[in-house]
Design a binder for this molecule. Structure first.
Ligand code: AMP
Ligand code: ZN
Length: 112
């Protein structure tokens, strides 16, 4: 499988890992858009949000809780943003679903 994030999970490409368990992997984004910017991904390859099924509800809930827990660990208890892009039109560039977690600066709305 020629997937960048699967290779990071497999340890074939280095990443600044924050956390991992049986289901999820979290690491700092290589091109941070905020002082805190990390990604939470499922270890299993799921290419876009459109490929989720109801059977993935527990997994995505676990991703979100992991995002919250790590955000607090990274000093973002005052506030942070979670973003998931879907497909090219939604701004997705890596075809393996990921939650962006951004913090330690004032976020604005709407995003660009
Ligand atoms: P998206 O545009 O939502 O698909 O986000 C992909 C994110 O992956 C971008 O914020 C990139 O900076 C990040 N990224 C790409 N390659 C790597 C890498 N090797 N390690 C960490 N983050 C990466
Ligand atoms: Zn993958």
């Amino acid at each position: 499988m020629d997937c960048l994030f699967c290779k990071i999970v497999a340890g074939q490409i280095p990443a600044r890992k924050l956390y991992e368990d049986e289901q999820v992997f979290a690491f700092h984004d290589i091109g941070p858009r905020a002082p805190v910017h990390f990604l939470v991904i499922p270890k299993r390859h799921i290419s876009t949000l459109l490929h989720l099924t109801e059977a993935d509800n527990a997994l995505t809930g676990h991703m979100l809780f992991t995002a919250q827990r790590l955000a607090k660990e990274q000093g973002c208890e005052e506030g942070f943003r979670v973003v998931m892009n879907c497909n090219e039109l939604g701004g997705q560039t890596v075809q393996h679903i990921h939650m962006h977690v951004l913090g330690q600066r004032q976020m604005t709305w709407p995003p660009g």
